[in-house]
Design a protein around this ligand. Structure first.
Ligand SMILES: [Zn+2]
Length: 347
């Protein structure tokens, strides 16, 4: 419906990446680019996808992806990236490193829902080939844009980062936390953990196996330092207390601007580090029961012997004190994960 002139006006004159994305949920009429007064180049590649290149792009030291709205109702991250792009367009944010900013699921964002047909954050690393939904097409498109972003990077780039920003459905014992995707045998990055501590996030869940998440995709395929970052609770647009996100927002902006981020040397004792003890995969629609209250918080701990689930294989019994549950969701289809059991660890 929108002409390209309307799109350009929304992005350039209104400086609203969010409104542009909202009013063009499926696609934009055509790609378009423009430069700011500071010589920063912005290219809208697709709806919800903008490539930002500094005036001196050939001396970028990092390639940075900041994604939001992979779950459409997680509005706080969308507002964070929208404001970042706005400040870049208006000349209020310095850019020294090439950056790809993404609003992941515009259609479900407009529906105020987590997804339209299926969970986008299970469809990366090629899993999208197994289905024909809106989200599987979007996952394939996002993979293509990410691949292009990394393949076009100048020789000066020595670091790749991807921060996929989310908010969680339920409350958490640790309000903000990061999921560190399975590193395929690489070391856990103490430098990146220090980045999160400095960003007011000291709880880290260490991934235990490959997955279909966006952050595992960029970690696995492109060796990026990639993370799923959970910033608090799901709320509607305009209902988020943006002051809660100042620390991570400030650090992400410093990364884009190429300025120093002050961090403390890594110490295990500064963190709540968790590893996965078990995946609660639903085996049987009739027999499956999850024995927790509806409002149980993420990282709630249980005692040895507690029968956490019933299922056709006998379910899961807590093996040792302190095992905790994350992302419980009894309503998933058979074969999918109804929750993760985690326990404390050190690196
Ligand atoms: Zn999410």
């Amino acid at each position: 419906m929108n002409t390209i002139e309307v799109c350009r006006d929304l992005m350039i004159n209104q400086a609203s990446f969010l409104d542009l994305t909202r009013t063009n949920e499926l696609s934009i009429p055509e790609r378009f680019s423009f430069k700011t007064a500071a010589g920063i180049s912005l290219s809208v590649i697709d709806t919800g996808v903008v490539l930002i290149e500094p005036a001196d792009n050939m001396s970028s030291e990092s390639s940075i992806i900041i994604s939001s709205g992979v779950h459409g109702n997680e509005t706080a991250p969308i507002e964070i990236v929208d404001q970042m792009v706005k400040d870049i367009v208006l000349g209020r944010q310095t850019v020294k490193n090439r950056t790809l900013v993404i609003i992941g699921n515009p259609v479900s964002m407009n529906m105020s829902q987590r997804f339209k047909e299926e969970n986008l954050n299970r469809l990366f690393n090629g899993t999208h080939k197994n289905s024909d939904s809106y989200e599987s097409k979007r996952a394939a498109d996002l993979e293509r844009y990410v691949e292009q972003f990394f393949s076009e990077e100048p020789k000066s780039v020595s670091r790749r980062y991807h921060y996929d920003l989310h908010t969680a459905i339920r409350k958490s014992m640790h309000r903000k936390f990061t999921i560190y995707p399975y590193p395929d045998g690489r070391d856990w990055s103490q430098e990146q953990l220090a980045f999160f501590l400095s960003s007011d996030i000291n709880t880290i869940l260490l991934g235990h196996q490959p997955s279909g998440t966006f952050s595992y995709y960029t970690s696995h395929q492109f060796k990026a330092d990639a993370f799923t970052v959970e910033l608090g609770r799901v709320k509607g647009f305009g209902e988020n207390d943006m002051s809660e996100f100042v620390a991570i927002d400030t650090n992400l902006r410093a990364l884009i601007a190429g300025t120093k981020i002050s961090t403390k040397p890594f110490k295990n004792s500064d963190f709540n580090l968790f590893q996965v003890q078990a995946e609660l995969v639903k085996k049987d629609q009739e027999k499956f029961r999850l024995h927790i209250a509806d409002d149980v918080k993420n990282f709630t701990e249980f005692s040895t012997g507690y029968q956490l689930t019933d299922d056709s294989d006998g379910g899961y019994t807590v093996q040792e004190d302190g095992e905790a549950i994350v992302f419980p969701n009894a309503k998933v289809p058979v074969g999918q994960r109804a929750g993760l059991v985690v326990k404390r660890t050190q690196i």
